[in-house]
Ligand binder design. Structure first.
Ligand code: PGA
Length: 246
């Protein structure tokens, strides 16, 4: 796993956007797996700008989302369906038939997870997976302890994750469960770009890069991935030892 460190969040976001755009230009039918959260917002913003001003086209790409809250309808304002529509899918030119977000309101969530894995297989697998990292090292909603061989499934969210995400829910509590792409689902991606910004991620980044590879630190799995790159701003890299980043 290689780390690239940028002076600030904006520089990091622009760099990731360029990598995604470059891969898309090389392979217009790229299969992407994409995150939600605060960290990817400026990457999306830059990709939308490239679409508007430079004609970057997403028309032939396929999109999978990493996760969705269980129990939220796709039109719930805190759902990741709405997030993706507001920040990305609604602002570019995707083929709606090739946008996949787990349905948190599916009557049979287990069947929904199987359907999701099947759709990924049918698309030929993920080419590029863009990820954030939780303060506890989670990737997608794979919380500490998630088996490295797990596939898309229903998971219980940790209390710490629910607290961090509580601000998305004005009156209700954050959902207790979610559907997430599994650790193996992520690992099977040809290339993984993990984004982290801010000092509140520095501990998780350092543990993922420097401590033992362990299911207790989900992001550490990426150390054995053949093509995983960390995109960090300086605050997120601030706990890394010398010689790791660069
Ligand atoms: P964030 O979320 O970008 O909102 O910090 C990242 C994550 O929890 O995976």
């Amino acid at each position: 796993m290689r780390a690239r460190v940028f002076p600030d969040y904006e520089a990091m976001s622009v760099a990731v956007a360029y990598v995604v755009a470059g891969k898309l230009e090389e392979e217009p039918s790229l299969v992407l797996m994409l995150p939600t959260g605060i960290t990817p917002l400026w990457m999306y913003r830059r990709l939308v700008e490239m679409h508007r001003s430079e004609g970057l086209s997403f028309a032939n790409a396929t999109f999978f989302n990493l996760d969705e809250y269980l129990g939220l309808a796709p039109d719930h304002r805190a759902s990741y369906h709405v997030y993706m529509k507001d920040h990305f899918y609604g602002l570019i030119n995707p083929d709606p038939a090739r946008i996949f977000v787990p349905n948190g309101a599916a009557p049979d969530p287990e069947a929904e997870c199987e359907r999701y894995e099947a759709a990924i297989r049918e698309a030929g697998g993920i080419d590029v997976c863009v990820l954030g990292i939780g303060r506890n090292g989670h990737i997608g909603f794979n919380e500490p302890g998630a088996p490295f061989d797990s596939r898309t499934r229903v998971v219980k969210l940790s209390e710490s994750t629910r607290k961090v995400n509580a601000s998305d829910f004005e009156t209700e509590r954050a959902p207790e469960r979610a559907i997430t792409a599994g650790m193996a689902t992520i690992f099977d991606s040809k290339s993984v770009l993990l984004l982290a910004s801010g000092t509140n991620k520095a501990g998780a980044v350092a543990a993922a890069v420097e401590d033992d590879v362990s299911e207790n630190m989900p992001a550490s799995m990426l150390r054995s991935h053949p093509n995983a790159v960390l995109f960090l701003d300086e605050p997120a890299a601030s706990d890394l030892g010398h010689g790791v980043a660069g």
